[in-house]
Design a protein around this ligand. Structure first.
Ligand code: XBP
Ligand code: MG
Length: 236
């Protein structure tokens, strides 16, 4: 029986990538005097690399103006990532990012049906805290029974580590949970953990293939008022 719904964050709960993280990365580049800007298209390609610091390192690997040693690149990536997350927190605190359609209704329905909510994300904990505080206020932790972030599961999606960690914290088996993701890497992570997964397409993955998803939707608004079976099967 279904006992928990596990949420991805970036792209699933909110469209954070294009209007949040990308903008914040560009502010960090400018603040550190780097002549670099990730436009919307380029950022879409970079999203194949999960993890902001890993994304920065990957980009440096393709640039002639990047530091030459691995140590110097790592140091720059850490600094930029820290600045980026601070800018991201400022952006979301200013209300720049809203919940995606249907998210609140699904959370309300699941909680009313006795399901526990959890989070499985490759983003930093500070980003989750800033975003969720802007969406639900400082009391947001009461909504979720487990929140697993990059610091708790350093092997980023598509690695299933983050999902295994959620299951462990909830003391559930994989068949007791259902995941919601927006990206191929996220779907792959949930599937590798043996967790059934539905996909709500985000802006950057509007045309991606999602083989193995239980269902694929443009957003969660099109999910009919739910029964637990409907959630699993995507029946409407
Ligand atoms: C999200 C990510 C993150 C965010 C930025 O993936 O890959 O890296 O882009 O967050 P998912 P950080 O939606 O699968 O969790 O900069 O903190 O990594
Ligand atoms: Mg995502």
């Amino acid at each position: 029986m279904l006992k928990a719904l596990i949420w991805d964050v970036d792209g699933t709960i909110a469209e954070t990538e294009r209007d949040g993280h990308r903008v914040a990365f560009n502010k960090a580049f400018a603040a550190m005097g780097l002549a670099r800007e990730w436009d919307e298209v380029a950022y879409g390609t970079l999203l194949q690399v999960t993890g902001g610091r890993e994304r920065l390192l990957h980009d440096m690997g393709t640039r002639a103006d990047a530091p030459h040693t691995a140590v110097a690149r790592e140091a720059l990536a850490r600094l930029l990532h820290k600045r980026k997350n601070a800018f991201f927190a400022e952006l979301v605190a200013a209300g720049a990012i809203a919940l995606r359609p249907g998210v609140q209704r699904l959370i309300d329905e699941c909680l009313a049906a006795g399901l526990r909510m959890a989070v499985a994300t490759t983003t930093s904990r500070s980003n989750v805290d800033a975003l969720f505080a802007s969406l639900w206020g400082r009391g947001w932790p009461t909504l979720f029974a487990a929140v697993v972030c990059a610091e708790d599961a350093p092997a980023k999606k598509p690695d299933p580590q983050v999902y295994f960690e959620v299951l462990q914290r909830l003391r559930l088996r994989r068949g007791d949970a259902f995941a919601i993701e927006d990206s191929p890497n996220g779907l792959a992570a949930a599937r590798a953990a043996g967790i059934a997964c539905g996909v709500t397409r985000s802006a950057y993955f509007a045309t991606a293939a999602f083989e193995g998803a239980v269902w694929v939707r443009d957003d969660l608004q099109t999910l009919e008022p739910m029964t637990l079976d409907r959630l699993r099967q995507g029946v409407s």
